[in-house]
Design a protein around this ligand. Structure first.
Ligand code: GDP
Length: 426
């Protein structure tokens, strides 16, 4: 049985915490897309961790963690994350890497940086972790799968093909030194040796686990609005963070998917470039940013201050629908306890003055302004409350509003960053 945790918005919704929590009752946790370009914050008995590539099940000894074929595998990043866990006393997790997973090559990270330099102000807000060049090579069929790193001849043949174009760009577009096949081959072979014991046919493993009726949890990175097809293109990522892509990027049968948990914050936050209709400025933004998350709204991977805004019902309803959510998890509800009244964006006004409630494509979105309504605040700290019914009435009304606005049942509400701070709504 497959369950999927995905984000409704721009990423950073709190998926890591939800996955960590659901992992307790799962046998397998799988990353199915993305790479080390975003982070999941997890706070548990071992301390606080920002995971980038590792699945959020690594804190549970009963869980097999899998890096699926859809992931952009940066081997060095993965090893340093594993090392960081070991240093902090976390027992070695069970981890398998798909032999079909493609690997981040040295030029991918460089190209990301060179390309952002070349585009200057027109850049798309990349985290410079090589993700866009990686997926470009993958779909241009010049990428390298993990399994290809263990065949010396094949590796060199594949590199020779890839490097013709890579070197052309390095020399003539970016004016940088070129790469040679043998140096790159040896570097990749050294990396490949370090992960050899973890490499496996994870698709077979997952199909067998599924047949035994085990719970398999797929963990998405980023959120709906960063999807290359359905998001705010071109301010998107380069692989699909949608639940629909989960079975593909993980390697599980689509018919086994039973639950799609779509996570949203009780307000909005976004990192990187692109339209963010509810963006706040000045003191109003700083007041929210400072209180948000577990230590203010700053990116888990990049440390960049996140843009913040009030809950956006237009974007979130779209996000929840596109994910096909069977249930919605609202996080960071505790953050809003300082407000007398809480603005919520219920519609957009387009550049030509129309009121719309359906999330538009990017060119129209660029000209939209938010239309707000105000809901009464609850003016108290709700952290420490352990029972949904014990929440203040206005707080429950706020959750009712979100449920109605997004059109899917809100089943869980998070009132603090720690694992145990989760309320279950009947
Ligand atoms: P992810 O990428 O979706 O896993 O999200 P991140 O980990 O990047 O961002 C979520 C932030 O919210 C982190 O700082 C979490 O520790 C924090 N967080 C999650 N749930 C809650 C909550 O209910 N309340 C508060 N205050 N912080 C939360």
């Amino acid at each position: 049985m497959v369950q999927i945790v995905v984000g409704a918005n721009w990423g950073d919704e709190g998926k890591g915490k939800v996955t960590d929590l659901l992992a307790e009752k799962s046998s397998v946790v799988v990353r199915f897309q993305g790479g080390a370009n975003a982070g999941h914050t997890i706070i548990n008995e071992y301390g606080k961790f920002a995971l980038h590539l590792l699945p959020s099940g690594v804190f549970h000894q009963n869980v097999t963690n899998i890096i699926g074929p859809g992931v952009a595998l940066n081997i060095e990043s993965l090893l340093s994350e594993l090392h960081a866990l070991e240093e902090r006393g976390v027992p070695a997790p069970k981890l398998l890497i798909s032999d079909r997973c493609q690997v981040m090559m040295p030029w991918h990270v460089d190209f990301d940086r060179f390309e952002e330099e070349r585009l200057g102000k027109q850049s798309f807000g990349s985290t410079k972790s090589g993700i866009a060049p990686f997926y470009s090579d993958k779909f241009a069929k010049v990428g390298l799968q993990v399994c290809q790193l263990y065949d010396a001849k094949l590796l060199r043949e594949r590199l020779a093909i890839a490097l013709v174009k890579v070197n052309c760009l390095l020399e003539h577009l970016y004016h940088k030194p070129t790469l040679d096949v043998e140096t790159v081959a040896r570097e990749m072979e050294a990396q490949a040796e370090k992960i050899r014991p973890m490499v496996a046919d994870t698709t077979r493993f997952l199909h067998e686990a599924d047949k035994r009726g085990e719970v398999i949890l797929l963990e998405g990175q980023l959120g709906t609005l960063r999807d290359p097809d359905h998001g705010i293109y071109p301010y998107t990522t380069s692989s699909s963070p949608l639940a629909g892509y989960g079975p593909v990027g993980a390697g599980v049968p689509v018919r086994s998917v039973q639950e799609i948990y779509c996570v949203t914050k009780a307000y909005s936050s976004a990192v990187g470039a692109g339209p963010f209709t509810v963006r706040l400025h000045g003191d109003e933004a700083e007041n929210l940013r400072r209180r948000g998350g577990d230590a203010g709204e700053y990116g888990a991977t990049t440390g960049r201050p996140r843009d913040v805004g009030w809950f956006d019902a237009v974007a979130t309803r779209y996000g929840v629908q596109v994910q096909g959510a069977t249930q919605v998890v609202v996080t960071n509800l505790d953050v809003l306890g300082y407000l007398d009244e809480i603005p919520v964006c219920v519609a957009y006004e387009t550049a030509d003055g129309r009121r719309i409630t359906d999330f538009p494509a990017t060119p129209e979105l660029m000209g939209c302004k938010p239309i707000f309504e105000r809901l009464p605040g609850w003016k108290c700290d709700i952290r420490g409350i352990r029972d949904y019914d014990a929440l203040p009435e206005n707080c429950k009304r706020y959750v009712d509003f979100i449920e109605k606005a997004v059109g899917a049942p809100v089943t869980m509400v998070s009132n603090g960053p720690r694992r145990e701070e989760m309320l279950y709504r009947k």
